[in-house]
Design a protein around this ligand. Structure first.
Ligand code: FAD
Length: 393
């Protein structure tokens, strides 16, 4: 395991940091994986293109498709960390997932068509996996795709589609055969989001923003050459692409440390009567600070094991569970330290940091669900890493 920075990687980090400082558009105003406002999207498309052109995104792709010779997985982690440190936007939507599927399973025609459009950000992608009755139990999805000549006809509903309102293409999972095991008979598609029969309805969340959408699919026709991987092989395609994009893991530690600094600033400013001389307050901050250090070390360790391919079944689930729980504890503390001022929300001129903590407080529970609900991840750790008996499903 190697945790100390290497000079070559530190040089790369400085270069990326300077690039972000010079070129990034206005930063993210809120915590979390959020969708931008429609008015922000053109500038973000230009920014994503710029990141690809500079070799900071898509660096590990095959060279013929724009990857850089000598790319190392650490480069991807560094870019994600530096974007998080600057609170800058990174790539929005599901293009990294889709690129993983295209590079591994796509036909030559699909690669030639889609990969350059991802690099130029002409196409933003969304992930059309979850359904009202299929989230943790994704294999239970019921959106159907029926072959009709040289098209599939799709009927069903997706939900929690982050950035669906901005997406040009959807990475869709649909059932093409219902006769066998749940995981069999699922096919992955690249869906044109402007096709007739696709209706995207934003969901307004407790935070007031609309990051997710419901997507209704009613007799939508997809040409057969837009199947990603084999027909009925979508489960394997989806799992491989979910495993492909995990560069965010180390960025979580960076985010937690920067939030910890903000928490200390809030406490030092005495917002809502917060008193750093109070031993109970100091203890509460100290406890969260210790958790941040542990979560950061855990993320770095997992990152290192991913680079060395020595990762085990518990690593990624544990790092994600720990991060989401520490993040939740931190934002709860951030609001609680503000006393009654903790009730002030974004838009209230007297809210500390324009209500950033209150928004983060409301959003933080999403992280305990996104990327695998914590309860389900804990079961994975119990079964696959501790060898406990399998849950009956
Ligand atoms: C921020 C965010 C972004 C997302 N973006 C997308 C996206 O872009 N595209 C997309 O397709 N989906 C997206 N999702 C959806 C996400 O994948 C699902 O929310 C997740 O898989 C959980 O499914 P569910 O919401 O249906 O909850 P359910 O699976 O119904 O779970 C509800 C509760 O039951 C618990 N539970 C379920 N099964 C078990 C079990 N076996 N053992 C113990 N407890 C269990 C869960 O832990 C949870 O607490 C996003 C979710 C979030 C929060």
């Amino acid at each position: 395991m190697r945790l100390e920075p290497e000079p070559e990687l530190e040089r790369f980090r400085s270069e990326v940091r300077a690039f972000i400082a010079k070129h990034a558009p206005a930063g993210r105003r809120h915590a979390g994986v959020r969708a931008p406002e429609a008015a922000e999207v053109p500038a973000l498309r230009a920014w994503i293109k710029r990141l690809y052109d500079a070799g900071y995104l898509g660096r590990s792709w095959s060279v013929e498709h724009g990857g850089r010779p000598g790319a190392r997985p650490e480069h991807g982690y560094i870019v994600a960390e530096e974007l998080a440190r600057a609170r800058a936007w990174g790539e929005i939507g599901a293009a990294p997932l889709a690129a993983g599927a295209l590079l591994r399973f796509g036909t030559e025609e699909q690669k030639r068509h889609f990969l350059p459009r991802i690099r130029s950000a002409e196409d933003l992608w969304c992930q059309l996996f979850s359904e009202p009755g299929a989230g943790s139990d994704l294999a239970g999805l019921s959106t159907r795709a029926r072959l009709d000549g040289d098209h599939y006809v799709v009927d069903g509903q997706k939900v929690w589609t982050t950035n669906g309102q901005h997406a040009d293409v959807g990475y869709l999972l649909a059932r093409t055969d219902g006769s066998g095991a749940k995981q069999a008979g699922i096919t992955a598609f690249a869906l044109d989001m402007t096709a007739p029969g696709v209706v995207v309805r934003p969901l307004r969340e407790i935070t007031g923003s609309a990051d997710f959408n419901e997507v209704f699919l009613d007799g939508v026709r997809i040409p057969v050459d837009r199947v990603l991987g084999g027909v009925d092989d979508g489960w394997r395609v989806a799992n491989a692409s979910l495993g492909h994009e995990r560069s965010g893991v180390g960025a979580r530690g960076v985010e937690l440390f920067s939030q910890l600094e903000d928490l200390l600033a809030l406490a030092r400013a005495g917002v809502g009567g917060c008193d750093l001389a109070d031993p109970a307050t100091r203890q509460r901050i100290g406890r969260v600070a210790a958790q941040v250090h542990v979560a950061d070390k855990m993320s770095k360790m997992v990152q290192s094991r991913m680079v060395n391919e020595t990762e085990d079944a518990a690593d990624a689930p544990l790092a994600k569970v720990l991060y989401s729980e520490v993040n939740l504890a931190m934002v709860e503390l951030g609001v609680s330290l503000q006393g009654v001022d903790g009730l002030r929300v974004e838009g209230d001129a007297q809210a500390w940091a324009d209500g950033w903590w209150q928004d983060a407080f409301m959003y933080a529970r999403a992280y305990t669900i996104a990327g695998g609900a914590n309860e389900v991840l804990k079961t994975i750790v119990a079964e696959r890493a501790l060898g406990m008996p399998k849950e009956k499903r």
